[in-house]
Design a protein around this ligand. Structure first.
Ligand code: AMP
Length: 184
Protein backbone atom coordinates (compact mmCIF):
# COMPACT_ATOMS: atom_id res chain seq x y z
CA UNK A 1 0.00 0.00 0.00
CA UNK A 2 1.37 3.42 -0.86
CA UNK A 3 1.98 5.95 1.88
CA UNK A 4 1.30 9.51 2.87
CA UNK A 5 3.29 11.77 5.18
CA UNK A 6 1.86 15.11 6.26
CA UNK A 7 4.07 18.07 7.12
CA UNK A 8 2.65 20.58 9.59
CA UNK A 9 4.04 23.78 11.03
CA UNK A 10 3.82 27.55 10.96
CA UNK A 11 4.45 29.41 7.72
CA UNK A 12 8.24 29.85 7.52
CA UNK A 13 9.10 26.86 9.70
CA UNK A 14 10.94 25.12 6.83
CA UNK A 15 8.13 22.76 5.77
CA UNK A 16 8.62 23.25 2.04
CA UNK A 17 12.40 22.82 2.12
CA UNK A 18 12.41 19.68 4.23
CA UNK A 19 9.36 18.11 2.61
CA UNK A 20 11.01 18.50 -0.81
CA UNK A 21 14.30 17.02 0.38
CA UNK A 22 12.69 14.06 2.13
CA UNK A 23 10.55 13.41 -0.92
CA UNK A 24 13.58 13.32 -3.23
CA UNK A 25 15.62 11.13 -0.89
CA UNK A 26 12.90 8.55 -0.22
CA UNK A 27 10.90 8.41 -3.45
CA UNK A 28 7.83 10.36 -2.37
CA UNK A 29 6.08 12.95 -4.48
CA UNK A 30 6.10 16.40 -2.83
CA UNK A 31 2.67 17.97 -3.05
CA UNK A 32 2.73 21.57 -1.88
CA UNK A 33 -0.63 23.32 -2.03
CA UNK A 34 1.06 26.73 -1.84
CA UNK A 35 3.25 25.87 -4.87
CA UNK A 36 0.25 24.48 -6.77
CA UNK A 37 -1.79 27.61 -6.13
CA UNK A 38 1.08 29.97 -6.95
CA UNK A 39 1.61 28.18 -10.28
CA UNK A 40 -2.09 28.73 -11.05
CA UNK A 41 -1.71 32.43 -10.21
CA UNK A 42 1.45 32.77 -12.34
CA UNK A 43 -0.28 31.11 -15.30
CA UNK A 44 -3.36 33.32 -14.80
CA UNK A 45 -5.71 30.31 -14.95
CA UNK A 46 -9.36 30.72 -13.85
CA UNK A 47 -8.41 29.10 -10.52
CA UNK A 48 -5.37 31.37 -10.23
CA UNK A 49 -7.49 34.47 -10.78
CA UNK A 50 -9.91 33.28 -8.14
CA UNK A 51 -7.27 32.72 -5.44
CA UNK A 52 -4.74 35.49 -6.14
CA UNK A 53 -6.26 38.12 -3.83
CA UNK A 54 -6.97 35.53 -1.12
CA UNK A 55 -3.34 34.35 -1.02
CA UNK A 56 -2.00 37.91 -1.13
CA UNK A 57 -4.11 38.79 1.91
CA UNK A 58 -2.88 35.69 3.78
CA UNK A 59 -6.34 34.14 4.03
CA UNK A 60 -7.31 30.53 3.34
CA UNK A 61 -8.92 29.52 0.08
CA UNK A 62 -12.11 27.52 0.62
CA UNK A 63 -11.91 23.95 1.93
CA UNK A 64 -13.90 22.59 -1.00
CA UNK A 65 -11.68 24.23 -3.54
CA UNK A 66 -8.35 23.23 -1.99
CA UNK A 67 -9.56 19.71 -1.26
CA UNK A 68 -10.58 19.26 -4.87
CA UNK A 69 -7.17 20.48 -6.06
CA UNK A 70 -5.32 18.11 -3.72
CA UNK A 71 -7.45 15.02 -4.22
CA UNK A 72 -7.33 15.24 -7.98
CA UNK A 73 -3.52 15.38 -7.78
CA UNK A 74 -3.24 12.17 -5.74
CA UNK A 75 -2.62 9.16 -7.95
CA UNK A 76 -2.58 5.44 -7.34
CA UNK A 77 0.60 3.58 -6.42
CA UNK A 78 2.45 6.72 -5.48
CA UNK A 79 3.76 7.86 -2.10
CA UNK A 80 3.13 11.51 -1.20
CA UNK A 81 4.39 14.11 1.20
CA UNK A 82 1.62 16.63 1.74
CA UNK A 83 2.90 20.12 2.49
CA UNK A 84 0.22 22.70 3.26
CA UNK A 85 -2.76 20.34 3.35
CA UNK A 86 -4.71 19.66 5.48
CA UNK A 87 -4.65 23.00 7.21
CA UNK A 88 -7.77 22.77 9.35
CA UNK A 89 -9.96 20.06 10.88
CA UNK A 90 -12.50 20.14 8.10
CA UNK A 91 -9.79 19.46 5.49
CA UNK A 92 -8.37 16.66 7.65
CA UNK A 93 -11.83 15.11 7.81
CA UNK A 94 -12.14 15.30 4.03
CA UNK A 95 -8.71 13.72 3.57
CA UNK A 96 -9.05 10.79 5.99
CA UNK A 97 -11.85 8.83 4.27
CA UNK A 98 -10.39 9.63 0.86
CA UNK A 99 -7.07 8.04 1.79
CA UNK A 100 -8.67 5.03 3.36
CA UNK A 101 -11.56 4.28 1.05
CA UNK A 102 -10.69 5.78 -2.32
CA UNK A 103 -6.93 6.11 -2.63
CA UNK A 104 -5.98 3.06 -0.58
CA UNK A 105 -3.13 4.90 1.10
CA UNK A 106 -1.75 4.58 4.58
CA UNK A 107 -1.04 7.70 6.62
CA UNK A 108 2.46 7.02 7.93
CA UNK A 109 2.44 9.99 10.25
CA UNK A 110 2.68 13.74 10.67
CA UNK A 111 5.97 15.61 10.80
CA UNK A 112 5.37 18.64 13.00
CA UNK A 113 8.06 21.31 12.63
CA UNK A 114 8.11 23.56 15.66
CA UNK A 115 9.49 27.08 15.82
CA UNK A 116 8.76 30.17 17.90
CA UNK A 117 6.53 32.88 16.50
CA UNK A 118 9.35 35.46 16.78
CA UNK A 119 11.82 33.43 14.71
CA UNK A 120 9.15 32.69 12.11
CA UNK A 121 8.42 36.41 11.67
CA UNK A 122 12.16 37.16 11.29
CA UNK A 123 12.54 34.39 8.69
CA UNK A 124 9.48 35.38 6.68
CA UNK A 125 10.49 39.05 6.61
CA UNK A 126 13.72 38.15 4.77
CA UNK A 127 12.20 35.46 2.51
CA UNK A 128 10.50 38.08 0.36
CA UNK A 129 7.58 36.20 -1.20
CA UNK A 130 4.65 38.36 -2.30
CA UNK A 131 2.66 37.33 0.80
CA UNK A 132 5.64 37.88 3.15
CA UNK A 133 4.88 41.38 4.43
CA UNK A 134 4.27 42.05 8.10
CA UNK A 135 0.54 42.56 7.82
CA UNK A 136 -0.04 39.36 5.82
CA UNK A 137 2.34 37.39 8.02
CA UNK A 138 0.33 38.38 11.09
CA UNK A 139 -2.90 37.28 9.43
CA UNK A 140 -1.35 33.94 8.40
CA UNK A 141 -0.03 33.29 11.90
CA UNK A 142 -3.35 34.19 13.50
CA UNK A 143 -5.14 31.76 11.19
CA UNK A 144 -2.44 29.14 11.81
CA UNK A 145 -2.97 29.18 15.59
CA UNK A 146 -6.75 29.15 15.28
CA UNK A 147 -7.23 26.72 12.38
CA UNK A 148 -4.12 24.60 11.88
CA UNK A 149 -2.66 24.03 15.34
CA UNK A 150 -5.71 21.97 16.50
CA UNK A 151 -4.64 19.42 13.88
CA UNK A 152 -1.76 18.37 16.12
CA UNK A 153 -4.21 17.12 18.72
CA UNK A 154 -6.32 15.50 16.04
CA UNK A 155 -3.35 13.59 14.61
CA UNK A 156 -1.99 12.69 18.06
CA UNK A 157 -5.28 10.82 18.48
CA UNK A 158 -5.55 9.44 14.94
CA UNK A 159 -1.98 8.86 13.79
CA UNK A 160 1.64 9.39 14.87
CA UNK A 161 3.06 12.89 15.31
CA UNK A 162 6.83 13.37 14.94
CA UNK A 163 7.87 16.64 16.57
CA UNK A 164 11.04 18.34 15.41
CA UNK A 165 12.29 21.75 16.53
CA UNK A 166 13.55 23.69 13.52
CA UNK A 167 15.48 26.47 15.23
CA UNK A 168 18.78 25.21 13.77
CA UNK A 169 20.76 25.08 10.53
CA UNK A 170 18.93 23.39 7.65
CA UNK A 171 21.22 20.33 7.58
CA UNK A 172 20.98 19.83 11.33
CA UNK A 173 17.19 20.02 11.17
CA UNK A 174 17.06 17.58 8.26
CA UNK A 175 19.18 15.08 10.20
CA UNK A 176 16.84 15.46 13.17
CA UNK A 177 13.87 14.73 10.88
CA UNK A 178 15.55 11.59 9.52
CA UNK A 179 16.36 10.40 13.03
CA UNK A 180 12.84 11.05 14.30
CA UNK A 181 10.83 9.66 11.39
CA UNK A 182 13.11 6.71 10.56
CA UNK A 183 11.99 6.10 6.99
CA UNK A 184 13.39 3.08 5.24
P1 AMP B 1 1.94 28.12 1.72
O1 AMP B 1 2.92 28.21 0.60
O2 AMP B 1 1.72 26.72 2.18
O3 AMP B 1 2.26 29.07 2.84
O4 AMP B 1 0.52 28.59 1.11
C1 AMP B 1 0.36 29.89 0.58
C2 AMP B 1 -1.10 30.29 0.62
O5 AMP B 1 -1.89 29.38 -0.18
C3 AMP B 1 -1.75 30.26 1.98
O6 AMP B 1 -1.48 31.43 2.74
C4 AMP B 1 -3.23 30.14 1.59
O7 AMP B 1 -3.73 31.38 1.11
C5 AMP B 1 -3.18 29.18 0.42
N1 AMP B 1 -3.30 27.78 0.87
C6 AMP B 1 -2.34 26.80 0.74
N2 AMP B 1 -2.77 25.64 1.24
C7 AMP B 1 -4.02 25.87 1.72
C8 AMP B 1 -4.99 25.05 2.38
N3 AMP B 1 -4.77 23.76 2.67
N4 AMP B 1 -6.17 25.63 2.72
C9 AMP B 1 -6.44 26.92 2.43
N5 AMP B 1 -5.57 27.73 1.83
C10 AMP B 1 -4.36 27.23 1.46
Amino acid sequence: MSEIIIFLGMPGCGKGTHAARLATDFGYKHLSTGDLLRAEVDNATPLGKKVDAIISAGNFVSDDLISEVVLKNIQENQNYILDGFPRNLNQAKILAPFLKEKAGKKLLGVVYLELSREVVIQRLMVRGRKDDNLETIKTRLEIYFKETLPLIDFYCKNSTVYRVNTNDDIDVVYKKILKTVKLK
